[in-house]
Design a protein around this ligand. Sequence first.
Ligand code: AMP
Ligand code: MG
Length: 397
Amino acid sequence: MSTLLAFEDALEEITRSASVLVEQQTIPLINAVGRTLANNVVARISVPPYDNSAMDGYALACQDWQDGKRFTVSQRVAAGQHPQPLMPGTCARIFTGANIPSGADTVVMQENTELEGDKVIFTKQPTSSDNIRPLGQDMQIGQTVVKVGEKITPIHIGLLSSLGITEVIVYKQLNVGILTTGDELIPTGEKLKEGQIYNSNGPMLSALVAQAGHNVSHCLHTADTPEDTKTALKTLMQSCDVILSSGGVSVGEEDHVKDALEKLGKVHLWKIAIKPGKPLVHATLQGIPFLGLPGNPSSTLVTYHWFARLLLSICAGQVAELPKSYPVDAGFNRNKVIQRDEFLRVSIGKDGLAYAHPQQSSGALLAACESQGYLHVKANTQIEYGHSYSFYPFSSF
Ligand code: AMP
Ligand code: MG
């Protein structure tokens, strides 16, 4: 047990060694959802670019108001029009989004006015700046509005469009190679024979990598032989920025990944004190970062979520963010001390407590689908009812 690297140390070591591996490119903003910004975006205009009305109503100067005074409407300003300076002592009919005439400093919404012929009476004394959206209320010229490393969301598309931006500089997508291993595995679509199972980690990893915004450039499978494993790795090394594998990293005679890595590159760490996912291996193959994830599907998922996701995001130029957690009390007990940091698949009950899925086998994937996230129980602790632990919803990965 003493040879296992602590969870936090492994996380720190894997992320510390990673760096941006992709070049930059300019693309139309409209195609940029999910891409990573390669430079800060600075506002070249203020938004809104001029003071404008937040309401349909009347613009006037507060100082002109008197109780019962009948105001002449000296102009009409709709959105998109250029107003004249306000004639002193009068008001302007104004509509939402319209430019405030100079000389006016407040807008009274039309619901709070009385009409008398062609005159308007403002029943309540207005206050300066009421119902005016001032220039730069949203963004000021020169302000940094989106930072390098941020992933562009549909909200950013709207924000940057409001600045008149049509193109952004983003990082090119990271090319990720995926290698699955195992003589027992066959691709979906074929008929299972005795002793075979379907390769589920390949499709799952491809989906996880693609969902994170990277490009799955290769998805290979190798038989459990040293030669085939090395050949597959060499193929991936020719064209991938980062390589992930599943299976073949344990201590069995059929586990050839680690040996192949030692022949082709340098192994930095192997085996960490987590459950599931202990035999994770981290290596570099001629400068290409490599993470070998254990083959049990839940181990693959946990180690992807915690380690591969972060490694890929750093290599892709993204801001490396640890998943967000919040404290949740356990709704169950366990009578033995936990030896390795454990990531239990749990759901939150109506009482707000976390309940572990009854199936915690590292081979079982349905349990993860039926759960809402991980409860992180640290090594050398015991799970006690009512005690608080960090809960990480799957959506935070
Ligand atoms: P390994 O890490 O190669 O010892 O595999 C551990 C367990 O995970 C074994 O039961 C494998 O059959 C299973 N396994 C490995 N790779 C995959 C995969 N790609 N899809 C589904 N199960 C896998
Ligand atoms: Mg295997």
